[in-house]
Design a protein around this ligand. Structure first.
Ligand code: MIC
Ligand code: SF4
Length: 647
């Protein structure tokens, strides 16, 4: 039986384990990326590991999230990150250079290589034929230290593409269609591998959009083959030497195949407030819109903005709409200017921002009260925009600009002929804001700059023999890391300051959560949280594990967990327990006291079953199917403790 492309790349990087779905494998990592919001912590962890220089082929530190400098904090973080990059042999992408995933696709993605990034949308680089996976900062730090990356071998689902997208129908609509099939949890434990004749009709940035949004389905990653289209992309980026051709074997064995005829798709949108609440644009057409934004790592490439420019050459933005553009990278701007397509944006009435994540992570651009905001972003989780309640629809750039000019949600096909967009054969390349690593001798002399916002990591205790505590919070299904550890302009600048940021854990659900948790911790009691399905979906932010751990959270008991959050919990010694009998979820109430006797002994002896005594309610059973590596980490209290002990 032939191999899938995923299997081929994983096999070439396999350090241990077997490529059998569900089994733990360890793979060699060629490249890493971090962004500033997760990067400060990742580099503090890297420093704690104590390696003089990164051991990867390439590591890049991007600054794209915290670029609103309302006080000293973000600027301090930027200086810290730049000095760390200089000291340890890491590329540094300065603020303004662009969103990590867009820049990585342009300047660094290489077919056949492996990449992990401390950002959940790292799979964007799958558009260029690489295995690119989002992970917690600590896993990225360990990869930079030359350690393999551990994961459970995912199932490989084949997505067989035929046909060609019709006019005004886009890569975003392909992803939205898949989201409607798979929902936000359907990709859990899976890789989405695209193949079939439709593949060659999609450019690399379009493939990247599709891979990027696989994250919203919970997929481990998504990947496209590397073919003549990839070749021309790399050539246009002046990186032809990075090209190799890669495809699955003709008889590759996918665990399941989903077939999509691209020519049958229509413009779609994700309605408030979940990326899988998908409807046809024509079903919601006619609703008044107040704000429209084209941007984010999913849809801010040159191709996306060229379409916008073409439309704005013909139409003006509606007077009652604020139409904003967050270009994906400096390269995108430079090429728009060179092609004469920047001016139409200005003349047409767009409000242009700097390159970066901006409103996608609540760094500005919050919509007004009761207003509809259309965005080409990745997520529309409730309140993520900075306004609560919010009414955010996720759409393609085509639907966005059509709605911006009409003032109401509009099916872009109403705009008539679809402009023909050709990407340049050679992009204008501007790497001025991309600082290469220093040679080793010079790097050694670099002093790391630490402002008062950079607070060293605390030590975490090993798992005790017994756990006694209180279920301080009970939540429902699909809880996001934005619920657990919110972002936005107020909280994001605290990412390098654990004691401060932990005050905001679950603050949007219970504003007293942090205080109550610390009170229990001071009494020597453990904090527990009860959740439903797909607990911890969304971001890779390890702060959603680290900050609760700082507050004394020791167990999370849910019906199921999202991949990256589960890994982060384990990395920081929080037990991700699963109800053996899902109905037991109903038995537990917020505030219930629990005792788990002999937990350390049980886990040390390889057991995966845990008995939890709930006061006045009897015993319930939970499981925690840990691999050996995960078990060692939970017992040690954190992966950092393990790494420090040389394991
Ligand atoms: C996001 O889109 O939620 C983020 C902000 O990029 C996160 C990372 C973070 O929280 O810093 C992600 O997707 O991993
Ligand atoms: Fe940035 Fe948004 Fe992409 Fe996250 S999803 S990396 S916040 S643009």
């Amino acid at each position: 039986m032939g191999l899938t492309l995923t299997e081929k790349i994983l096999e070439a990087h396999l350090v241990s384990g077997q490529l059998k779905a569900g089994e733990e494998i360890a793979i060699k990592i060629d490249q890493t990326l971090t962004q500033d919001a997760t990067g400060t912590m990742a580099y503090l962890e890297f420093e704690a590991i104590g390696i003089p220089r990164v051991k990867t082929e390439l590591s890049v530190s991007y600054v794209d999230h915290n670029i609103l400098q309302t006080d000293f904090r973000n600027a301090d973080d930027h200086r810290f990150l730049q000095s760390v990059a200089a000291k340890y042999g890491i590329w540094f992408s300065k603020p303004g250079n662009g969103i990590c995933h867009q820049v990585h696709l342009e300047r660094f993605a290489i077919p056949g290589k492996t990449l992990i990034g401390s950002d959940s949308h790292t799979p964007t680089a799958g558009g260029c034929g690489m295995i690119a996976i989002g992970a917690g900062g600590l896993d990225v730090a360990l990869a930079m230290a030359g350690k393999p990356f551990y994961l459970r071998m995912p199932e490989v689902i084949g997505v067989y593409l035929t046909g060609k997208l019709g006019p005004w129908v886009t890569a975003r609509d392909v992803a939205l269609y898949l989201l409607s099939l798979l929902t936000v949890k359907g990709g859990l434990g899976k890789v989405l591998e695209y193949f079939g004749p439709g593949v060659k009709t999609l450019s690399v940035p379009e493939r990247a959009t599709i891979c990027n949004l696989g994250t919203e389905m919970g997929a481990t990653t998504s990947i496209f083959p590397s073919d003549e289209i990839t070749h021309s992309w790399l050539k246009a980026q002046g990186r032809e030497k990075d090209f190799i051709e890669l495809s699955p074997d003709p008889d590759a064995n996918y665990s399941k195949v989903i077939e999509i005829d691209l020519s049958k798709l229509e413009p779609l949108c994700a309605c408030p407030s979940s990326p899988d609440n998908v409807k046809k644009v024509e079903e919601v057409a006619g609703k008044k819109v107040d704000q429209v934004i084209v941007g984010s790592c999913a849809n801010s490439s040159l191709k996306d903005l060229l379409i916008v420019a073409e439309v704005l050459e013909k139409y003006r933005v509606h007077p009652e709409v604020c139409f904003e553009i967050n270009p994906g990278s400096l390269q995108v701007i430079e090429n728009l200017v060179t092609l004469g397509k920047f001016q139409p944006l200005l003349k047409g009435g767009a409000r242009i921002h700097q390159c970066g994540c901006l409103g996608c992570i609540g760094m500005g651009q919050a919509p007004g009260t009761n207003s509809i905001s259309l965005r080409t972003f990745t997520r529309n989780f409730p309140g993520r925009s900075g306004t609560s309640p919010d009414y955010v629809y996720l759409v393609s750039p085509e639907t966005a600009v059509a709605s911006a000019v009409k003032g109401v949600i509009t099916d872009p096909r109403e705009l008539g002929d679809y402009p023909e967009i050709k990407l340049p054969e050679k992009f204008v390349i501007n790497d001025t804001l991309l600082i290469p690593p220093l040679p080793e001798e010079e790097a050694k002399k670099v002093e790391i700059i630490r402002g008062p916002n950079i607070v060293p990591l605390p030590k975490f205790d090993p798992l005790p023999e017994d756990l006694e505590g209180v279920f301080l919070l009970k939540v429902g299904d699909n809880i996001t890391t934005d619920h657990i550890m919110p972002a936005g302009a107020k909280i994001l600048p605290l990412r390098s300051n654990l004691p401060e940021i932990s005050k905001f854990v679950y603050s949007r659900v219970d504003e007293n959560f942090a205080r109550k948790a610390l009170e229990l911790k001071e009494k020597g009691l453990a904090v527990g949280i009860v959740g439903g399905e797909n607990y911890g979906q969304g971001s890779s932010r390890e702060h959603a594990a680290l900050a609760p751990r700082y507050l004394g959270v020791k167990i999370k008991l849910a019906r199921s967990f999202a991949r990256i959050h589960r890994a982060n919990l384990i990395n920081f010694g929080i037990l991700p327990l699963i109800f053996k009998n899902p109905e037991d979820y109903e038995k537990i109430s917020q505030g219930d006291k629990f005792v788990i006797k002999g937990i350390r002994r049980a886990l040390s002896s390889g057991q995966n079953n845990v008995k939890i005594k709930i006061e006045n309610k009897g015993e319930i059973e939970a499981t925690v199917s840990l691999t050996d590596t995960e078990r060692a980490c939970i017992l040690a209290g954190s992966k950092l403790n393990l790494a420090a002990s040389g394991e």
